[in-house]
Design a protein around this ligand. Sequence first.
Ligand code: 6PG
Length: 243
Amino acid sequence: MLKNKTHIFEDPARTAHAVAMRIINGVNKKKKSGDEPFNLALSGGSTPNILFELLAGELKSKLDWSAIRLFWVDERCVPPTDKESNYGVAKKLMISKVPIAPENVFRMKGEVNPAEEAARYRTLLAEKLPKANGLPQFDMILLGMGDDGHTASIFPDRMVLLQADETVAIAQHPISGQYRVSLTGKLIENAKELLFVITGDGKAEVLDEIMHEKQDFERYPSYYILANSHAELYLDHDAAKKL
Ligand code: 6PG
């Protein structure tokens, strides 16, 4: 049984609120240490949307937007205006509504050649982030998990990305074939704070297999990140119902 610290909430809204407060507290703590900015990497998919709306809404004034920098865990290789764009969704729901300086938002460019963008983002992270354990280190990374157990754009058919030496690599969705740019496992595990935010009963089965190390758990990339790191889980009751 995996022992990762697990926080369970009534519903997606309360889960998102707890994650938002974790971010706000992290920013404030870093400011107090005089070591700002707080470097946060965001995942895509639909789970973070409620968090984006909270941070752009009722919690907007609680976050010092001058003390945070936004990066991405992964991006679909589409233009930023595409509805599939992780950056595009974050911009629509949050970035366009909060006083963050554009120079503190570091999107992955889905519209350019994937290999070139992966190389550019590798260099960017090496330049912008402090190092720890020989790798760029984020203050916090927010991860989601697909119902196939993928996280970031590390899918079950490309587990090699969990151990890749490259900090940022090209990935491909196993069904749609859509190219992605994604952080890889070792960089993800190097984050100071690593939060899996997982809601909805569609994830309950895979989470049960992963946390209880049973059935197909070894096929799920999320298992390895959880098993190899201090990642914490932020879950709603539906996702946690089998734990
Ligand atoms: C992406 C994400 C991906 C996501 C999971 C969960 O670009 O799709 O980074 O890893 O976190 O697929 O997606 P949902 O939140 O939509 O369930």
